[in-house]
Design a protein around this ligand. Structure first.
Ligand code: FES
Length: 134
């Protein structure tokens, strides 16, 4: 039988296990508090994007079939705002030269853009939209 991470944990002296547990709790708390409230769910409309700004970041939010997506609002091909783009399925089409980006991960679905846009994890809670921006 091979060694497992749990086996390693329990082979530590009690004092070290307590410190490791405390470290894990701190990390978990940090991860949970890493979400930033950026918008109300009621502000979103199927088939259209909205722009939100947080600490200098220009972010476009979209809702597709009740699922919310967050990508960088600026097209990587030029100075166009993707929140003004046309939503088709899970892609948004840039209003300038029609490059398409996946709302799921920001990847390029169709040129002329060649660089993806950044995307962020999203969660909904209490009618609010939270992004994991860190
Ligand atoms: S500016 Fe977006 S495709 Fe050219």
């Amino acid at each position: 039988m091979g060694a497992s991470p749990a086996g390693d944990f329990y082979s530590l002296p009690l004092r070290n296990r307590q410190q490791a547990g405390s470290y894990k709790k701190t990390q978990r708390k940090k991860a949970m508090s890493n979400w930033t409230d950026v918008a109300a769910e009621a502000d979103l409309f199927e088939g259209a994007g909205i722009a939100v700004a947080h600490e200098g970041q220009d972010i476009a939010l979209f809702i597709v079939d009740g699922e919310v997506f967050a990508i960088n609002n600026l097209c990587t091909h030029g100075n166009a705002k993707l929140c003004d783009g046309f939503v088709e399925g899970h892609n948004v089409e840039c209003p300038f030269h029609q490059a398409q980006f996946s709302l799921r991960d920001g990847s390029v679905a169709c040129g002329p853009a060649t660089e993806p846009v950044k995307s962020w994890p999203v969660k909904m809670e209490g009618g609010r939209v939270f992004l994991q921006l860190g």
